[in-house]
Design a protein around this ligand. Structure first.
Ligand code: XMP
Length: 514
């Protein structure tokens, strides 16, 4: 594709993704790559994008630490502009033969930088700028072919550039909002130094992605597992635009969907020119889960059965291509930024493994962040209920029922979940919440209903705030809203005698209970 792009080398800094996001906010494509990316790999990226510059991210280590992440010095010889930030700044200085040492006074937080030369990345900035610092080491000297562009009280070389080559270093973090003119600095790098064109817009993306899908699949048939979630829905919509009726979208109803979900998905996709197949597989999923209590076993069984159902339909369609809703963070997380410890097995149709032989796998959203996927979905005419929907686990309500899954429990859980959803949405709290739902616990407790003793289920309400689900805080829902939910659940669901509110953050808890 002909997008101008910046590669962001990941040295392990907590703001690495933020750098990538900020660049994209300026309509320039960015890709996060591992710090040990080789020259050859950069050449491969050039086949896909017009690489216009490199950014070296921050990182937790010192350039002198054993095993500290390094950059192949040959990369600095390929005449692409380079901007080093924090660790990246120190690494550039170190590779050039400068002196980097622990500073006597560490700088954390907002610091005033004096701009000595407002040129290049610092063009147009004032003499004094508020910048966000977070470093232990400092660059103390540089070879004569470099010049100092800024300093602070404790950092003699807070910004530098090479006198002939487009190589820059900033000790601070321009990507963080506390660096007041951080965006201006990044824009200077993108547009003045790298001469990027701001052509990464979602309209452009849709055009080019559609053409690419059309070219990849040609006049052959393709199939997609459509869950009704944002990713598979957007991938379906884009593929529909590219190949129309040659796409079959398969909606596997495992019986653990929220109320009205199967009907809603079917109705939404009716207006798209595709083949839509809804498979009612409720009985076979229930059968396979009989007697199963262990959460991981449940997840595994549901994942496997899902694939089996999907493969059966796929075979009938004669599809040669499999379309998946994989998005950019999925790729990053399964790539070099691996999570070391597996907490739970996520069943995700975007990562559908399949034993079937497909001629090719098509992933039209593979380069997009979640909010970019939302923009695409909106532009392709998907309704707000899909564009703005909260995440929903692949195994559905089955992992929100603690212990064995039975038909009775699914019915209770579904009703409770609908009440939580309705009341939160009515209360206007929805926009600030990442997720809100009910969990049917396996604790029974004594209650009193209509003057008689009742012994029934305990439902837990879970509502969390989060940015990307890696961490989450329980939401401080007003008591009146909780009261309304609790009253409705105990009134409308006879088998429930008690409602509790989950006040645990993630970590230590996870968002879902299983
Ligand atoms: P946890 O419970 O691990 O969940 O804190 C993090 C986020 O992932 C969602 N989730 C899933 N999503 N397939 C999915 O596509 C799954 O199997 C799955 N399990 C959990 C969860 O709802 C939360 O947003």
């Amino acid at each position: 594709m002909g997008f101008d792009a910046i590669l962001v080398f990941d040295f392990g800094g907590q703001y690495c993704h933020l750098i990538g996001r900020r660049i994209r906010e300026n309509n320039v494509y960015s890709e996060i790559v591992s710090h040990d990316t080789t020259l050859n790999e950069i050449e491969n990226y050039k086949q896909k994008f017009n690489i216009k510059g490199l950014i070296l991210s921050g990182g937790p280590q010192s350039v002198y630490d054993r095993g500290a992440p390094k950059l192949d010095p040959a990369i600095l010889g390929i005449s692409l502009p380079v901007l080093g930030l924090c660790y990246g700044h120190q690494l550039l200085a170190h590779l050039a033969g400068g002196v980097v040492k622990p500073s006597c006074k560490k700088e954390f937080g907002v610091t005033i930088a004096t701009i000595d030369r407002a040129v290049g990345v610092l063009e147009g900035l004032a003499n004094q700028e508020k910048v966000w610092m977070s470093h232990g080491d400092t660059v103390f000297s540089l070879p004569p072919d470099f010049e100092i562009l800024a300093h602070t009280e404790h950092t003699p070389i807070a910004a530098f550039r090479h006198k002939q080559k487009p190589i820059y270093g900033l000790q601070w973090h321009p990507e963080v909002i506390h660096t007041v003119n951080g965006m201006k600095m990044l824009q200077n790098f993108l547009f003045s130094v790298c001469k990027c064109k701001p052509n990464w817009t979602m309209e452009d993306f849709i055009e080019r992605a559609t053409a690419e899908v059309r070219q990849q699949i040609g006049n052959k048939k393709a199939i997609i597992a459509l869950s009704g979630g944002i990713d598979s829905s957007a991938a379906t919509a884009i593929t529909a635009k590219a190949i129309g009726k040659n796409l079959t979208a398969v909606f596997v109803d495992h019986g653990f969907m929220r109320e009205g979900e199967p009907e809603f998905v079917q109705k939404t996709f009716q207006k798209f020119p595709i083949n839509f197949t809804a498979v009612n597989a409720r009985a076979r999923f229930m059968e396979r889960l009989r007697g199963v209590i262990d959460p991981e076993s449940k997840r595994k069984i549901i994942g496997e059965e899902f694939i089996r159902v999907f493969e059966e339909v796929a075979r009938e369609t004669g599809a040669e291509f499999l379309v998946q809703g994989t998005i950019y963070p999925d790729r990053i997380e399964s790539g070099f930024r691996k999570f070391s410890d597996k907490i739970k097995t996520h069943h995700n149709v975007a990562g559908l493994p399949t034993k079937m032989e497909f001629k090719g796998v098509v992933e039209p959203l593979r380069d997009l962040y979640k909010d970019e996927v939302r923009q695409v979905a909106k532009k392709l005419g998907l309704p707000p209920q899909i564009v703005l929907r909260q995440p929903f686990p692949g195994p559905g309500l089955a992992v929100r029922i603690i212990g064995e899954v039975t038909k009775e429990k699914v019915d209770i859980e579904r009703k409770a979940d609908k009440i939580v959803t309705d009341e939160i949405e009515k209360s206007g709290l929805k926009d600030n919440l990442w997720q809100y739902f009910a969990v049917l616990t396996d604790s029974k407790s004594t209650g009193v209903k209509g003057d008689a003793r009742a012994y029934g289920y305990t439902v837990a309400i879970r509502a969390v705030e989060s940015r990307e689900a890696m961490t989450a805080s329980f939401a401080k829902i007003p008591h009146e809203v909780l009261e309304k939910i609790s009253t409705r659940i105990t009134n409308e669901i006879p088998q429930v005698t008690r409602v509790v509110y989950d006040v645990t953050h993630k970590p230590p808890a996870t968002i879902e209970w299983e």
